[in-house]
Design a binder for this molecule. Sequence first.
Ligand SMILES: Nc1ncnc2c1ncn2[C@@H]1O[C@H](COP(=O)(O)OP(=O)(O)OP(=O)(O)O)[C@@H](O)[C@H]1O
Length: 720
Amino acid sequence: MPALAFASSFWETYDVLDKQVKAGVRKAMAKFQQLSIAQLNADKGLHLETVENARDPRMRTIRVTQFWRGVVLAPDDGSDTFLLLSVVPHDEAYGWAAKRLYTVNTATRALEVRNVVAIEQLTPSLEEASAQVPTRLFARHSDTVLRDLGIDDQVLRAARAITDTAQLDAFGGVLPEDQFEVLQFLAEGFSPEEVYRDVVAVRRPAEVPAEAGTEDSLEMAIRNTTSRITLVTGPDELADILDKPFAAWRVFLHPSQRRVAYRPSYSGPAQVSGGPGTGKTVVALHRVKHLLSRSPDSRILLTTFTNALADMLRENLALLLDHDETRLARVHVTTVDAFANRIVRDSTGRAQNPITDIDERQLWRRISRRLGLPWGDQFLAQEFRHVILAQNITSEQDYLRAARRGRGSALRSAQRRQLWRAVEEFRTDLRSEGKTTHLQICAHAADLLGGAEPGPHHYDHAVVDEAQDLHPVQWRVVRAAVAEGPDDLFITGDPHQRIYDSRVSLRALGVPVVGRSSRLRINYRSTAEILSWSVGVLADTNVEDLGGDGDDTLIGYRSLLRGTRPVVGGYASEQDEITALVEHVQAWLRQGVRADEIAVCTRFNVLLDKVRDRLAAEGIPAVKVKDRPGAHVDGVRLASMHAMKGLEFRCVAVVGVTAGAVPFTRDVTPVEVDSVAHASDLLKERCLLFVACTRARERLVVSWSGESSPFLSSVTGGDR
Ligand SMILES: Nc1ncnc2c1ncn2[C@@H]1O[C@H](COP(=O)(O)OP(=O)(O)OP(=O)(O)O)[C@@H](O)[C@H]1O
């Protein structure tokens, strides 16, 4: 019987088909598993038909319903795997099929598709246009180098005419996938050796001899293309895959994602970084799946930053593990704070009572006044957080000797004594009220875990998502929960999304990742237009890497999706701004976007409440993300910029991006108080805006009233 495989282009169309057409697809596909090739060719219902004038002679159409056709690649080399490429309305099927050509990449050995007609038509005009331009994008690479990286004759001719990256990007949609990625990496300035390692070698099957030709059968090439093609082996698997909503991230990992998620073992902590939307969370989930498969009884701690994200991780892990309760029971999905809370509660028998950040600042204010200190609440709170808790300082002696990394103002011994007094008062006041802070709970939990024999709160592995914002004390909790050894910690994070200013040196915390770090570069979430605009908000700012050992970079970070440019604009008044926002939301809803696929976010809750009231007045339901509405709850999602961390929506409006709100002056240490803290507070606020904007998949609106945020000057050309 023939085998059946599905290309990613099929899934892009299948999910949105109506029920009747989907039923037609299921019926047609079942035949492929029941009939012999001769019977398939003769089957009247299926009507397997050659496409006239197709550039790929293996193109066939099949009948799905009266008005819909499936497009299939049929083997002509004696192998028997059919590849379903797409389901298209009858009238469009032949045009769709005729111009596409599937070939085997000489370097990666994977099956690629190109729009051969478009390349033939575009290349001469490209050559003509670039005749006047003296430089060529790939001039410094010889034909041999390009061919060794899998570039074939047709693509080589086109590549030779390309003068800049904008042209390459515009051409990208019609080029074969692996070859386009090679060209993109070269265009970014990566060396051919790096491109071979990161693009070619990760795809190329290990057993192919270096000098092998490209005479692989279609079946072999399909097997080599795991990042774009799924092979189905039996009827159960077929029914399963066609019945469930398809989530590409579960099946089609990019080779760079697969390599890090399914590497059999790491000798110690491993770290994966990458810009927003590059699939770090996806990789973390696949790593959990891999670790579970390696032992029948290992237990895994999977942490993230907020409760909303923990809910989402739990749901997605269940999907990835096919709701297998036995394996799910071996994974504890939580936030580090909730985990620490549970440890302390289990040990003391008392529920902990952490105060909010606002209450903490008030307490510092009271103590500062009481002791007549020269420092404000912000300075004291930061000293406590970034120096005392970060280094686990418990005595005045230790504080007098401590290095105050990341603090820009020197403190003499007498000043430190004065400050230590405030710290003691802070602790005493809290204790007398039966209260504590989140970080103090973590410190307590880390001590409890560190001193205990392996027990229910110890795990074999920890997988840490959103790692960039963990405070050193939270790292100590994670570190103490897992014994040091191979595969102990798997860490994913993005330093450009650091919004709580917790810079750490992982090495100093017993989490050495040198030699076990990788980077993801392809954004799967946002369109290139949204991405490049949002990266502009960062304005070339230097950002320290996750381990605190150097700077991180977004070189090579890109999206393959195309869409419309963000809509960015200012209004005379807040009221006008909200009116415009409501109009955007109404337009999106009219275009068929569901309310829960839309998010509105602001720096402050006050504005968010005004937005909610206006939406309600227009009859548009809205719910706050922090109330953790389930996926089934209707309504536009409303969130503060902080609560947007890790989430994504088809359409996002970031409103109230004014000079007074972003950055929020009260959260920025005055430069005269501490210049280093001032700079890092500003960076944190800039990253916050970056995080908010990079939540958008298809549409992004950014607005303000009055004077715009200074962070927008790099993307609006200073036009306010
Ligand atoms: N290989 C893949 N194929 C298809 N979709 C993918 C793939 N990898 C990731 N995605 C999708 O891209 C989006 C972003 O993924 P994910 O949330 O894992 O990124 P992230 O790097 O953790 O993002 P952020 O740092 O912004 O929170 C999600 O919708 C995810 O399903």
